[in-house]
Each structure stands twice: as structure tokens, then as C-alpha cells.
Write a protein that binds this ligand. Sequence first.
Ligand code: ZN
Length: 395
Amino acid sequence: MSFNFKITHTSGSARRGEMQTPHGSVETPAFMPVGTQGAVKAVTHRDLDALGAQIMLSNTYHLYLRPGADRIARLGGLHKFIAWNKPILTDSGGYQVFSLAARRKVHEHGVTFRSHLDGSEHLLTPEIAVDVQAQLGSDVAMVLDECVEHPASHERARDSLALTLRWARRGREHFLKRYREPFSEASGEKGSRYLFSNPGQAQFGIIQGGTFPDLRAASVEGTAAIGFEAYAIGGLSVGEPIPLMYDITEQTAALLPADRPRYLMGVGTPVDLVESAARGIDLFDCVLPTRNARNGQLFTSQGRLNIKNAEFADDDRPLDPECGCYTCGHFSRAYLRHLFNANEMTSGTLNTLHNLHFYLDTMRRIREAIVFATLEELRQSYRRIFPSQPLNNND
Ligand SMILES: [Zn+2]
């Protein structure tokens, strides 16, 4: 089975669809829990299945450094290695290189960096990003882009965008030539260090251009001209004002090819999901539900709740009386607060189960609201529940 996308309903700019991948289909709009190291922190794949997670995101940078893409390829690819049979999207590794790695240096050919683990030196190029993700065998691979710092001047964002477009062209050409032309050519390369464990892999392009509408438009034009299975909007939720993020999302989404999925990278809060889906976004990922869960910050139908607060010490009510998750079905706020204070590992697990349930349930509500044309009511209700936007968060 290869990659395919079909829109089944629309409501305003919002789309309800189905994305086919070699490891099954994903109902969109969809949220991808982040499994940085091939695991979503604090929960098992069995939990993710039970929560209804349809697709997982994994980080190429981390897996490339440890345990190594060669090793994962030898062990049959990422799906087999981590025993997850549903779709996986891998990022290009670029984002972590720009945010985590030490002494990175960007040049035309690519980016050199030192591992945050052991200081070893590595090179990431558009071609290597393709090869490493081919070794991992994810269902969706991301093209390498330059992640520009925020705030960036128009000139800096323009130069960075030009580099990103040159890298996108190289990455796409390499992907098509090595992995899409008669497959025997790729597999026939004797002694190649690259194994390709997922012939149906798709490659997404990434739109950059900072907060400048003219650069975003130029990025869409250049990236769509290269031609990818789908398009992501990168470089948002990096500290810009939230209304501006929504504006750029709306403007960019409207320019993207209507028949391809649109993925808003690293965004966001429950309100961001609803607002961005209304602007035509189909895919999301964010560390917010999982990271916040481990810090005791929970998203509920009544707003945000910090389980550390003393007010919950004797509270025998469930976290969220309207939630159907395992945590809310069995445990009191008092117990969850106790587990957090006692540093019990179960605290992270139970909180993560709840937050992921809240996020995945939000996506189910969005999909339903698109079908029944009630997205505006859903937006209003999420705005009421979460009146003040928290700070943005990124991995
Ligand atoms: Zn719950």
C-alpha cells in the first residue's frame, strides 16, 4: 500500500480526510504523539493503541545518534525495532540539530554538528537526511530544512528560505532517484550502507519564511514546484504572538495544494489544534500533552489543572469528571497529587494517559465537528475552557 490522501468532508477551510500509508490509514485532522526515541515517554504502545493513537512521530536525530540508523535498518526498520505496526512519521533531524546539538555549522552542503551525547562530529545533508529516514523506514519522511531563529530579520529569513529551497530540491531529487526509480536499482547497489525498509515511504516538503507573508508565499511556490506527497508548515510556535501564528497558518494553508495533507509542525495547545484545523490543517504534533503530563500539568474539560496544587490533597473527585480515560475512571485527584509528590513513575504514566486522551479526543471532536458543520461551536467552547493562551512549547 502506498501513500494517498482523500478528503471526505469540508467545512469552511477545515477538512476531514483519510491519509493512507504503508502501515495503515490515519483519519485527519490527526494528532501525532511524540515518540522521540521510538517510545512515547511514560506509556507503552499498548496504551497508545487503547487511546486510539493512529500515528506516532519519531525523531531522526535521536535515533541516528542512538542506537544508530544502521542498526535499526539491520534489525528490520523502525516499525519492527520498536514493535509498532501503525504509521510513523520521522522528522529530518534538522530541528534537533539546530536546537540541541553543540557547535553546529551551516554551509551550502549541509550542517555539521557535535552530538549532545558524546561530542562526536557528524554531518547532516539533505541527502543524508533522506538516507537515514529510508533506513528507519518510516511511512513519512521529512525533507531537511534550515530552522531559523526567532525573531529573524526579513533578510535573514529570506536567505534561510533560499537555502531551504535548494536543500528541498536536493532532498527530493535524491529521494526520487535512489528510492523511487526502479526499485532494483536501489537494492542492487552492492555494499551500499543504505537499506530501505519501506518502499511506500512518502516525503513531505516544509514551508518556511518566518512571520513574513511574502516569504511564506515564495516558500509555498518554490516547494510546491518541486512537488512532494504533502507539505508541512515549519518555523511557527517559536515565540511569535499567537494571533500572528494563526494568521501565517491561515495564509500559508490557503496557498498549499488542496489535495495534499498539510502538517503544522510542533503546534500546539488544545486551542491551537481547533483554531488551526479550522484554517485547513490536517496533521499536528507537539510535546505539550506528554511533557506537561510529566510536570503535573493537565488539560481537562474544565481547563488547565496543576495536580501539584495543595487544594487537591483531599480531593477525592476524578481529574476530569467528563473524561473517559483509565486515569479518570479509577483514581482521585488526591491520589494523583500524592503520586506526583512521591515521585512515583506511575504519576507520569497516569497523567500522560489522561493528557493524550484529551488531545486525541479533541481531534475526534474536530473531525466530528467538520462533518456536522459545528466547528464554530467547538472553537467557542475551547476558547471558553482555555481563556488565556499558555506559552508556546516546542521540542
Ligand atoms: Zn482522563
